[in-house]
Design a protein around this ligand. Structure first.
Ligand SMILES: [Zn+2]
Length: 296
């Protein structure tokens, strides 16, 4: 990691004031989560100080996707670029209907929206029934096929069904990333065979359940690999200092990159550059982030 060039406020303890070796793209930041309402500007300032310069704000339902688009429009200061995704999370799949489909299609036309999702299948908790999840996901695969934007996919304990559905849609959809990948080797290779991208979080920092990922990180080609915090969730468990409130935030992404680089046996700067290049190509981010807002 390099020396910080920007300044941190005192919220993060000294030991957590990281600075990425090259500018990073956090492809999964839930900054519309209520825990960020109070101090969003400071969170963004710390991200910039850590050289996490591009944030893809996850839109998990209509309300949060609209908030994410508004945030991307509002915060356009130099040195930080915000974009949004728009989808309906599998937990909320039971709410899918024609009105929601129309609202999502409208959102996908916004230039700030760079992916369809978060959508997918979560058979771990089944907050919506598997049938409802498949129906909502199928509909969003159709929306991605028609708008041409990449997919931001959530999958937990549903790897087999996910692969079947994506296989059926593969020729119609474009790029797709399985965010917060936590599954086993066979699922990973199944996804790579489908030409999918893989998003890695701080899950592999978790000594209770993430160690299997450490052997797998080297199997993901660099042009398929992207990094994310999934904040405020999934605070890395092996951070070198305790964090007040235990809320994860984008400024901590360099720690995750350091961990992945270590387990992959590659330099931090090379990994940072590769994952950012992959993210910029995947989400088709403009060279000049300001330009998209002027299209409105
Ligand atoms: Zn997710």
């Amino acid at each position: 990691m390099a020396e910080p060039t920007d300044t941190f406020d005192d919220f993060l303890p000294e030991a957590l004031r990281f600075c990425a070796a090259a500018p990073l793209v956090d492809i999964g930041a839930n900054l519309t989560h209520e825990s960020f309402t109070r101090d969003l500007a400071a969170v963004l300032g710390r991200a910039r100080a850590a050289r996490v310069t591009t944030l893809i704000l996850t839109g998990t339902d209509r309300e949060h996707a609209e908030q994410a688009v508004a945030m991307a429009r509002q915060y356009t200061e130099a040195g930080l670029a915000l974009y949004a995704t728009a989808g309906v999370h599998p937990h909320d799949a039971s709410r899918w209907d024609a009105g929601l489909a129309t609202a999502m299609a409208d959102l996908h036309r916004q230039p700030e929206v760079v992916a369809v999702g978060e959508c997918g299948l979560d058979f771990n908790r089944n907050f919506s029934s598997p049938a409802e999840q498949e129906r909502a996901f199928e509909a969003q695969l159709g929306l991605a096929a028609s708008c041409g934007k990449p997919l931001f996919i959530h999958e937990r304990d549903a790897g087999q069904r996910m692969r079947e559905m994506l296989h059926a849609w593969r020729d119609d959809i474009g790029d797709a990333v399985v965010h917060c990948f936590t599954a086993e080797r066979d699922t990973l290779f199944g996804y790579l065979d489908l030409d999918l991208h893989i998003g890695l979080t701080g899950w592999l920092c978790d000594e209770r359940r993430g160690h299997h990922l450490r052997e797998l990180v080297g199997e993901i080609p660099l042009d398929r690999l992207m990094v994310e915090t999934d904040c405020p969730y999934l605070l890395p468990r092996n951070l070198p200092a305790k964090l007040k409130g235990r809320r994860h935030e984008p400024a901590l992404l360099p720690w995750i990159v350091r961990e992945i680089a270590h387990w992959r046996g590659i330099g931090e700067e090379a990994l940072a550059n590769a994952t950012s290049d992959t993210a910029r190509a995947f989400f088709r981010l403009p060279a000049n982030p300001q330009s998209i807002h002027q299209e409105n």
